[in-house]
Design a protein around this ligand. Structure first.
Ligand code: ADP
Ligand code: ZN
Ligand code: ZN
Length: 735
């Protein structure tokens, strides 16, 4: 039986398979538009796929064509622009389109055919005087509460406060309350946008950056805003958005770290009288769907979110900002390994809108693009307000004893700073008490039994923990090798530094900020508020603390161990080290008082430190760029890495060896493609899987289109069930 071509559609299926799948739309159903979801039979299962479009003729034999079971949406949930983005991403990252589309959908839409009903209702009190029973305390209290909020409160907030919807409805029927569906306010914003937005008067430097942004050609343009830490980049974004939002357009703000969401949200919401909503993985599926849907409907005007917010749907996107664009957390490291920053740039191109990449420490990729003139390059070289750049000093700890990770001169400086009534940050990029537990008799160190790494010692609760596979063990009483009791912690993590500082400064408030302590974004808000009071305190933290925070009373930043960032097999080690140290240093002296940075190191003569001390990030990056160019490493080549994992090391390695030979046979010119490996991953065995890498460096970007089908072939023809293969385009980590 043949089918009219118009009733044939191709569908992206959420399965690890390349290709599109054709289906028939039965006469009983209307043909869904591209971007709508449909329920389809797929093998023995029923899946929710995304309609890609109509097809004239299917390559599938008519007998094998199946019919869709249901149309889930009348209109596109993936807007045409998002669909284009996902098609591009699937090609660029060599990832099955169905899985890419799946990532772009909010979880609720992936799981449920019927889109959930959004109940975004706002309640206000009417002027009718209350005539209820005397003992109707709850109703009275509710009316009083609403009396204090003439602008109304969200049903969700009221229900959180103990006033269930049934009660609200009862009072509505009796004329005391009115309920309005949300029309202008952000779903996640319980705050009503202020009537009098508070914005700062821009400095001359900020004004000039703003003017340059406003002078960008209309349509797609990429601007790098390279502004030193504390130069007031956020205020520039905000002022730039004012005009865009006034035209009724929307904006997307991508930030690297969940914990920055509350702070960023508050700054934007105070300044911009528009509905703003957040989107990050710490939110419930329902909350995420609300933000997504409100932005899709054009109600929410600004979405602030972490990398996956790049898939937000918009009605009229007028601008994208990627703040801290260098941050590696924009890259998703498993499954669909996309870069949120790079997809944002592509998104801006598809939407034909400008994108601003902001950073004090831009990545080499972005700097190379700016230097080549592909990006507009704006700089802010002065701190905003009265703030000055901090003084950076090194403490050579080669011959100094450390007390729980800290040297005497450092402790003295901390004491002095606290005595002056100021705040201190101590940075240690390692969680736990100590990275190693060692036997002083025989040299045994506590290993993870599943990975090639040492177990980290944790004090509260006391245990050994593998940070790579999450395995936990109790701490042995004596050495399993020689039965000695001389087991000692070597090195220090945040927990040890906290314990040490507590002993040194018993009366001072200490805050430890790492992933063991803070699991959710909201959790940190209380701490940020308490630090903002200016009371002397010590903040101890991992890189969670290095990113973007704006603490005005911190005048001393201590780096407990800078050397770990210098030694790594990775060619990005120095770039990362420079970024991290510059960012950490940037957390001090942001208010009126000048800041100081103390770095403990055993390598004081390392050139990285003199560059950091001179606040000369750009010069240092220039040198690194020359090196990369010389070695034909990214950004002067494109890197695609293939990883094989197996319980059998030989098998993993052999699989990559085969792939390498296969690619070599395809006669890719050696001048255009260089292949390195197979080499073992930095942590070769993880969770009992041995991991090997094959690194491809494409020197000629034109080669990409020829390579793509080969890579797809490698992945789809891979049949060895004992080896897991995965591909990482523009990889950042090889752990
Ligand atoms: P960056 O993101 O560049 O590190 P921020 O945007 O966080 O810098 O600004 C640093 C601090 O300076 C913030 O506390 C901000 O409120 C303040 N600030 C920025 N611009 C101005 C200005 N024009 N006048 C006064 N203070 C400003
Ligand atoms: Zn021993
Ligand atoms: Zn492990």
């Amino acid at each position: 039986m043949s089918h009219p071509a118009t009733r044939l559609i191709s569908v992206a299926i959420p399965a690890p398979l390349f290709g599109e799948f054709d289906y028939i739309v039965p006469e009983s159903l209307s043909v869904p538009p591209p971007g709508a979801r449909v329920k389809v039979p797929f093998g023995p299962r029923q899946l929710i796929g995304i309609v890609l479009g109509s097809v004239q003729q299917s390559a599938t034999p008519p007998k094998k064509l199946k019919s869709i079971l249901a149309v889930c949406d009348e209109t596109s949930v993936l807007t045409p622009n998002l669909l284009s983005l996902m098609r591009w991403a699937a090609r660029y990252y060599c990832h099955p389109l169905g899985e890419c589309c799946q990532q772009a959908l909010p979880t609720l839409l992936r799981k449920h055919a019927a889109p959930p009903v959004l109940e975004l209702l706002r309640w206000r009190a009417t002027s009718k005087p209350f005539e209820g029973r005397r003992n109707a305390h709850k109703q009275r209290a509710l009316l009083e509460l609403l009396g204090e909020h003439p602008e109304g409160l969200w049903q969700q907030s009221l229900s959180d406060a103990g006033y269930p919807p049934a009660l609200l409805r009862t009072l509505e029927q009796r004329g005391y309350l009115v309920c309005e569906p949300v029309d202008v306010l952000g779903a996640r914003s319980t705050a009503i946008p202020p009537l009098n937005p508070q914005r700062k008067t821009l400095s001359t430097a900020q004004q000039s950056a703003l003017a340059q942004l406003q002078a960008l050609p209309s349509g797609f343009a990429v601007a790098l805003l390279q502004g030193i830490t504390g130069s007031g980049k956020t205020e520039v974004y905000i002022e730039y958005l004012v005009a865009i939002l006034a035209q009724g357009r929307q904006a997307l703000i991508l930030i690297p770290e969940i914990n920055l969401t509350p702070q960023t949200f508050t700054r934007f919401q105070k300044a911009l009288p528009y509905p703003i909503a957040t989107l990050h993985s710490g939110m419930s599926d329902k909350a995420k769907y609300e933000t997504w849907e409100m932005a899709r409907k054009g109600i929410v005007k600004v979405v602030i979110g972490t990398r996956s917010a790049v898939f937000s749907a918009f009605q009229d996107l007028g601008c994208i900002v990627v703040d801290e664009e260098h941050d590696s957390s924009f890259k998703q490291s498993d499954h669909f390994k996309y870069s949120g920053r790079d997809l944002a740039i592509k998104r801006a191109q598809i939407e034909q809108c400008p994108i601003i990449l902001g950073s004090a420490t831009p990545s080499l990729e972005t700097l190379a693009n700016a230097q080549a003139g592909r990006y507009h390059w704006l700089t802010l070289n002065q701190r905003a307000g009265a703030a000055q750049l901090p003084l950076i000093q090194l403490i050579d700890i080669r011959s100094r004893p450390l007390i729980d990770g800290l040297s005497q001169p450092l402790l003295e400086r901390i004491k002095h700073t606290l005595n002056e009534g100021n705040q201190v940050i101590v940075f240690q990029n390692r969680r736990g008490f100590a990275p190693t537990l060692m036997c002083y008799e025989c040299g045994w160190v506590a290993p993870c039994h599943h990975c090639d790494v040492r177990m980290t010692l944790h004090a509260h609760p006391a245990h050994l923990h593998c940070h790579h596979c999450d395995a936990r063990q109790t701490i042995p009483q004596c050495c399993p090798q020689c039965q000695s009791r001389a087991l000692n912690p070597i090195g220090s993590g945040t927990e040890r530094i906290e314990i040490g500082l507590r002993a040194q400064f018993p009366d001072i408030t200490l805050h430890r900020i790492d992933r063991d302590r803070f699991k959710r974004a909201e959790d940190m808000q209380g701490l940020i508020d308490s630090v903002a009071t200016g009371q002397p305190c010590i903040l101890i933290g991992t890189q969670m603390l290095a990113k973007g925070h704006d603490f005005h009373h911190v005048t001393l930043v201590c780096v407990a161990d800078a050397d770990s960032s210098l030694f790594s097999a990775d060619y990005r080690a120095l770039e990362r080290g420079a970024q991290l140290l510059t960012q950490i240093a940037g957390r001090t002296g942001r208010g009126q008082k000048r800041g100081q940075v103390l770095i403990q190191t055993r390598q004081p003569e390392h050139p990285l430190f003199s560059a950091i001390q001179a606040h000369n990030y750009s010069a240092m990056m220039q040198e690194l760029l020359h090196e990369r160019e010389h070695c034909q490493l990214p950004p002067f080549s494109k890197q695609i890495s293939i990883r094989a994992e197996s319980r059998d090391a030989n098998r993993a390695e052999a699989c990559l060896q085969n792939i390498k030979q296969g690619l070599a046979l395809k006669q890719m010119s050696a001048h255009a493609l260089s292949i390195a490996g197979p080499i073992p991953a930095q942590i070769t065995r993880k969770q009992n899987f041995f991991r090997y890498w094959l690194h491809l460096f494409l020197l000629d970007p034109a080669l990409r289109s020829a390579l793509n089908p080969l890579l797809q072939g490698v992945l789809s023809q891979h049949k060895d069930r004992h080896v897991r293969l995965s591909l990482d385009v523009d990889p950042l980590d090889y752990l």
